[in-house]
Design a protein around this ligand. Structure first.
Ligand SMILES: Cc1c2[nH]c(c1CCC(=O)O)Cc1[nH]c(c(CCC(=O)O)c1C)Cc1[nH]c(c(CCC(=O)O)c1C)Cc1[nH]c(c(C)c1CCC(=O)O)C2
Length: 355
């Protein structure tokens, strides 16, 4: 088993004692950092950055040089899978991701290949191996993918959406096509994530960014069923160590119990749920990750510290909490404020642990 100098993130996910609450930030490598913008300019566009293992490693490590973070997250994107399936991913400035060939019919779904993680997605595995080597055991490396439902929204809508009209039309008029797509995506995600583990990822997170646009019943049918399939298909122990899995459904507050019941190790919380309620509802079964509003990073240093204190107090004593934002850090955040946030978690959380 490879040694880790700081394993409090993995320990908290497994509800083992820690000295302080571990913290990392969703999208911690990103445009709010001037050094990220410089490396990205060197790479050209965003996908070229993802496909260059050395530069992807560089931007992964940048936030760790600035802040005492307890985990690194692979620099990549959830849309690598649909891109590898041949949909033609591109980014239009200001408009987010788009696909040249969105999914429209049963034939489109039937023709989709399941990508080979060491072939079409080999660049991601190379990035994982490079980052793991360069981390030198400082902190664990998180691998990730999108949930089948969230990937399907982009694949069917052709990009970002506000109403999810196309995918919902398919869900409610031709559900068999959507189920076939979701099932294929679940198989692809399982093979992709297991390959990330073998390449060096020490923990996994599944991003279900759009599960919250479904009614609770439809959420179970179209999103949770396939995350369950993923949890069941993952390698849960590797290199002598458990590989914890975190499921994060944004706006998933109504479904926390059923997410926890999948057998995952941790449930991600956005900021629309009270972490004390969440712990009462599910906290003993799994660890909780979250849940500060990312917009709080625009607050004063005092307000940020106060919010960190409130969330720590809300979770209460003991291990099982990984501090994070309730969604990704935005490009307009002042890096100083991110530092205030991360340092506050370290300073204020020791009193909740007696390790
Ligand atoms: C829905 C989603 C995507 N990507 C992702 C999600 C799930 C999480 C969420 O809900 O935000 C996940 C993701 N995307 C990125 C990471 C890297 C790791 C990290 O630091 O957290 C992760 C974990 C890098 C990225 N992925 C992207 C960027 C911005 C690229 C750039 O312009 O440099 C980064 C740093 C591009 C991307 N990729 C995606 C969108 C909507 C965008 C455009 C965002 C924007 O323009 O603000 C799809």
């Amino acid at each position: 088993m490879s040694e880790l100098k700081n394993d409090r993130y993995l320990r908290a996910l497994l509800k083992q004692p820690v000295d302080q609450t571990p913290v990392w930030m969703m999208r911690q490598a990103g445009r709010y950092l001037p050094e990220y913008r410089a490396t990205r300019a060197q790479a050209g566009d965003f996908m070229s950055l993802c496909k260059n293992a050395e530069l992807a490693c560089e931007v992964t490590l940048q936030p760790l040089r600035r802040y005492p973070l307890d985990a690194a997250i692979l620099f990549s994107d959830i849309l690598t899978i649909p891109d590898a399936m041949g949909l033609g991913l591109y980014f239009e400035t200001g408009e987010g991701p788009k696909f040249e060939r969105p999914i429209q019919s049963m034939a489109d779904v039937a023709n989709l290949p399941i990508p080979d993680p060491e072939d079409e997605l080999g660049y991601v595995m190379n990035a994982v191996r490079t980052i793991r080597r360069e981390l030198k055991g400082e902190v664990p490396l998180i691998g990730f993918s999108g949930s089948p439902w969230t990937l399907a929204t982009y694949m069917i809508e052709g990009g970002s959406s506000k109403t999810f009209g196309k995918i919902k039309k398919m869900a409610f008029s031709e559900p068999e096509i959507l189920h076939m797509l979701l099932d294929k995506l679940a198989d692809s995600v399982i093979s992709y994530l297991n390959a990330q583990i073998k390449a060096g990822a020490q923990s996994l997170m599944v991003f279900d960014s759009w599960g919250g646009v479904l009614s609770p019943r439809d959420y179970k049918e179209f999103s949770l069923t396939y995350m369950q399939k993923i949890v069941d298909g993952l390698i849960r122990e590797y290199d002598g160590r458990k590989v914890p899995v975190t499921l994060f459904t944004k706006n998933g507050g109504l479904n926390l119990e059923s997410i926890a019941a999948t057998g995952c190790d941790a449930v991600g919380l956005d900021w629309t749920v009270d972490i004390a309620d969440a712990r009462r509802r599910i906290g003993d079964k799994v660890a909780l990750q979250g849940n500060m509003d990312p917009a709080m990073l625009h607050g004063t240093p005092e307000r940020i510290r106060q919010e960190v204190q409130r969330i720590l107090e809300g979770y209460g004593d003991g291990s099982g909490h990984v501090f994070n934002l309730g969604h990704g850090i935005t490009p307009d955040v002042d890096p100083e404020n991110a530092g205030v946030f991360i340092n506050s978690v370290g300073e204020l959380s020791k009193q909740y642990h007696n390790k």
